[in-house]
Design a protein around this ligand. Structure first.
Ligand SMILES: Cc1cc2nc3c(=O)[nH]c(=O)nc-3n(C[C@H](O)[C@H](O)[C@H](O)COP(=O)(O)O)c2cc1C
Length: 337
């Protein structure tokens, strides 16, 4: 029903507008007494064989919702009823910021992709913390953190530390996002020296806590093999918990849709192959030294299994969730069983 009725209806509207309308509609629906149990009975499968223990956390299943969908932690409780084993909120920055000018989100229907140049639009870490304080779900919640646009790269560590400290009591793991193509110069933080410094500082703060929380690094699919080898060294040297591969790409190979001319990060099917290559490279060249969350163009159970066979311990979706609907999460879990 999603692909034949709901998606054609939703795709009539501007993608960013319909994202917000859908959020409001879901919020409203959840005021009705049976919505939660109906959603859970349709979308959630619980089975001990789906449970995964990764970086010290117990996931009900390995399929997560990727960052960027619930940037402000508005809907994570409701989203946890669509079968996800974990939901990542953010990217969150210390101060609220509006992001780039609209229009900044584009569907590439012929390619089953999306281009976005949102630019970390978010309400800031304090607003997000207030919402997380009322968390009801027992599904794992990740906090994806970034820096404000006005913060120079030299001072970026302060922004990541502020978000880390403020979110510490309210999320289960952290993701250091240095791979969005939509904040000018952000990806320069993936270079060996600044990245080592950033992750070392965060991990040091983490080690001082009574119980530390896993810190992961999210990387771009556009890194060269040499840069990926550097990433492996940095993860090992700083002792962070793992890597999320990958964020959106700036590449525009083999696209059919008009919107390919838009600037920003490309996600969805055109990213599937490259994201899998990055996962395989990291897993093989590190000898599986750390856990990997695989993300990028998962639109079917086969895509999910390919990511896992390449070396992913857990997987995440964003664009596949938009194109295939919430049933995709259950289909993947059923295929895994
Ligand atoms: C509209 C949109 C916004 C996104 N925002 C973020 C973000 O704020 N932080 C982040 O780490 N990734 C963000 N992403 C990237 C996704 O989390 C994911 O890494 C990427 O889209 C590849 O997965 P997919 O092909 O399943 O969408 C965003 C993606 C989209 C489509």
């Amino acid at each position: 029903m999603y692909k034949s009725i709901i998606r054609p209806f939703l795709f009539n509207f501007d993608p960013e507008d319909i994202h917000h309308v859908t959020f409001s509609a879901i919020k409203l629906l959840y005021k009705l007494p049976f919505t939660k149990s109906i959603a859970r009975s349709k979308f959630v499968i619980e089975n001990p064989r789906l449970v995964r223990e990764v970086f010290g956390l117990k996931f009900k299943n390995p399929v997560g919702l990727a960052a960027g969908f619930d940037k402000n932690a508005v809907l994570f409780d409701e989203l946890s009823n669509y079968g996800f084993g974990f939901v990542e909120i953010g990217t969150v920055t210390p101060k609220p910021q509006p992001g780039n000018e609209k229009k900044r989100l584009f569907r590439l229907k012929k390619d089953e992709g999306i281009i976005n140049r949102m630019g970390f639009n978010n309400e800031g870490v304090d607003a997000v913390v207030e919402r997380l304080k009322h968390r009801k779900t027992d599904v794992i919640i990740g906090g994806n953190i970034g820096k404000n646009k006005v913060t120079a790269n030299e001072n970026a560590i302060d922004d990541y530390l502020i978000c880390y400290e403020k979110l510490f009591d309210y999320v289960d793991y952290f993701v250091v996002n240095v791979s969005s193509p939509n904040t000018p110069n952000l990806r320069a933080l993936q270079d060996k020296k600044p990245l080592t410094e950033l992750l070392h500082t965060l991990q040091e703060a983490n080690n001082k806590k009574r119980t530390s929380k896993p810190i992961l690094l999210k990387i771009a699919p556009d890194l060269s093999d040499d840069q990926l080898l550097d990433i492996i060294d940095i993860v090992k040297a700083t002792g962070i918990a793992g890597v999320i591969a990958t964020n959106t790409t700036i590449s525009r190979d083999n696209l059919l849709s008009e919107a390919k001319k838009e600037q920003g990060g490309l996600s969805g099917k055109p990213l599937t192959k490259r994201a899998t290559e990055v996962i395989r490279f990291l897993a093989e060249r590190s000898n599986k030294a750390f856990p990997i969350i695989g993300v990028g163009g998962i639109h079917s159970p086969e895509d999910a299994i390919e990511k896992i066979n390449a070396g992913a311990d857990l997987i995440q979706l964003y664009t596949g969730f938009i194109y295939e609907g919430p049933g995709l999460v259950k289909k993947i879990n059923e295929a895994l069983l």
